[in-house]
Design a protein around this ligand. Sequence first.
Ligand code: EPU
Length: 418
Amino acid sequence: MDAFRIEGGVRLKGTVSISGSKNAVLPMLCATLLAPGEYTLTNVPVLRDVTTLSSLLRTLGVHVVRDGSTLRIDSTRAVPNEAHYDLVRTMRASVYVLGPLLGRFGHARVSLPGGCAWGPRPIDLHLHAMEKLGARISLDHGVIVARGAPLRGNVIDFQISSVGATGNAVMAAVLAEGTTTIRNAAREPEIAALCEFLVAMGAGITGIGTHELAIDGVPSLSPVDAAVIPDRIEAGTYLVAGAITRGEIELRDIREDQMQSTVEALRATGAELESTEAGIRIRGTGEIRPVTVSTEPYPGFPTDMQAQLMSLLLLAHGDSTIHETIYSDRFKHVPELTRMGGRIRVEGGDAMIQGVPNLTGAPVMASDLRASAALVLAGLVAEGTTEVLRVYHIDRGYERIEEKLAGLGARIWRVRQS
Ligand code: EPU
C-alpha cells in the first residue's frame, strides 16, 4: 500500500488545474445504462472510483474505454446482471446502477453496500423511492432484488435531502410512465449536472437545481456526449492548501459559483480570495482566524470539505467549532490530526478545535478519502516529516494529488510499499 512522505513548511505558489468531478461523473456513467448506444464523456478524472465503476459497468455488458480524460462508453449490449458485492463494497456509489437498471430493464439485482469508515450510511431512501415508483424490493442473501415493469410516476417526498437517493430516483423515473415529483430533492451541482445530462438524452426534467424536481417520463432516451463539471471539493482542498501554507495559489478550470460556501468560510478565516480570468486566487495571510461552521446540504458548507477545513483551523488564533450535520460521526481524521499536535474535542456531531501555533510531522493513517486529504494538508505545514499511510483512499478521489502539489512547490513523494 502506497504512502506519502511530506516535508512540511513550504509556502505553496503557482497555478493548479482542477479535474472533473468524481461525484458528478459516477452517476453520469450509470445513466448510460438508460439508453443503448455510444457516449463520449470528457473531463473525466483519472481516479480509482471511476475505474471501479467502469469495472462494474463492464460486468453489466457495457464497454468502457479510456483515452486520457475522455471515456468512450458503449452501452448497446448492456444487460441487467447482478452488481456484485466485490465491487459494490469497495464503492458505495455503485448503488447508482439500481435506478437505471430498474428503469430500463424492469428488474435489478444490486448487492447491498455495507457500512463505511465513518458509519452505517443506509440506502433506505433509495429503496423507498424505487417502491414509490412501483418496484417491489426484497433482499436475497445480501442482494437487493428490485422488480417493477413498467415503473409508474408518483410523488416521492424525501425526509432527508440525499444526493444519492435523488440521483437514483431521477434515473429510475425518466423512463417511467407519467409524472414523478421529487420533493426535498438534493440541489447539489452534481445532481443538477446529472439532470442536465439526462435532459440532453431526451428526458423531461424541470426544477433542476431546486428542491422540487418534476420528471415527465418518456418512452426512450438517446446517447449523448458531455463534459464533466469541475470538482468543487478538489478545488476547495487546494484552496485550503493555499491558506494553510500561507501561500498563493491560483485555481483554473473551476466553477466558482458552485463553491461559494467554501470561499466564504475561507474568507472568514482571514484568507484573501479573488476571482481571476482563469478561475480564483487564494492568498494565505499571517493570522488564521477561528470560525464556527456547520456542514449543510448545498449550497451550505459541504461535509466533504469538513476534514480539510479542520486542518486549517488547527492553526487558528483561538477556538473554532465545526458542527457536522450530515454525518455526525465523520471524524476519523481527528485522532490522526491529534497525533500531529492538533487540539480537538469531539462531542456528538460537534468538533471543538483549540488553535495551536504549529503542528509536528508524524506517521498517520488515512481512513477515508477526505480524512486523507486533511492529513496531507496538515503535513504540508507541519514541522518535519509526515508520512500518510494507506493513500489508496486518496487515489479514489484526487487525481495525481502529489504531482499537483509538487507543481506548487510542495515536498511530497509517493513511497511505493508492497
Ligand atoms: N441517508 C439516509 N438514507 C439513505 C441515503 C442517505 O439516511 O438512503 C442519509 C445519510 O446517512 C446522510 C444524508 O442522508 O446523513 C445525506 O447523505 P447522501 O445520501 O446525500 O450521501 P451520498 O449520496 O451517499 C454523496 C457523496 C458523498 C457526500 C454526500 C453528502 C457521491 C458519490 N457521494 O453521498 O461524497 O459526502 O453525498 O454530500 O456523490 C466524498 O466524495 O468523499 C463523499 C463521501
